[in-house]
Write a protein that binds this ligand. Structure first.
Ligand SMILES: [Zn+2]
Length: 93
C-alpha cells in the first residue's frame, strides 16, 4: 500500500510574511495588512533592506494584498468552492 501525505492550508491561515536578515538571521514578521511600510530595516542589526525602491518590494506588497483579498473569497457565498493552498512536501527520514 502506498500513502501520500499532503498538507494544505486555507488562504486565511496566512496572516503575515516573515523576513529573515541574511546578515544576522534576525527575523521580522509583517502582518499582511501592514505592508504599506515604506522603509524596511533589520530590527536586530539595523541593516537597511533596500528593497523599497525596486521590484521586489512591489512584488511582496502585491503578494500581501493578493493574499488579503483572496482570503475574502472564503467568506463569499456566491463562490461555490473552497480554496486551499498545498505546501511542498518535506522528506522525512
Ligand atoms: Zn540583521
Amino acid at each position: 500500500m502506498t500513502t501520500e501525505v499532503r498538507t494544505t492550508i486555507e488562504i486565511s491561515d496566512i496572516i503575515a510574511i516573515e523576513l529573515r536578515c541574511r546578515g544576522c538571521n534576525g527575523k521580522q514578521t509583517i502582518r499582511l495588512d501592514k505592508w504599506l511600510v515604506s522603509a524596511l530595516r533589520c530590527a536586530n542589526c539595523g541593516t537597511s533592506w533596500p528593497i523599497q525602491s525596486v521590484n521586489e518590494h512591489q512584488t511582496l506588497l502585491a503578494l500581501a494584498n493578493t493574499l488579503s483579498q483572496a482570503a475574502k473569497i472564503e467568506k463569499t457565498p456566491d463562490v461555490p468552492f473552497d480554496v486551499r493552498l498545498e505546501l511542498k512536501a518535506t522528506a522525512k527520514p
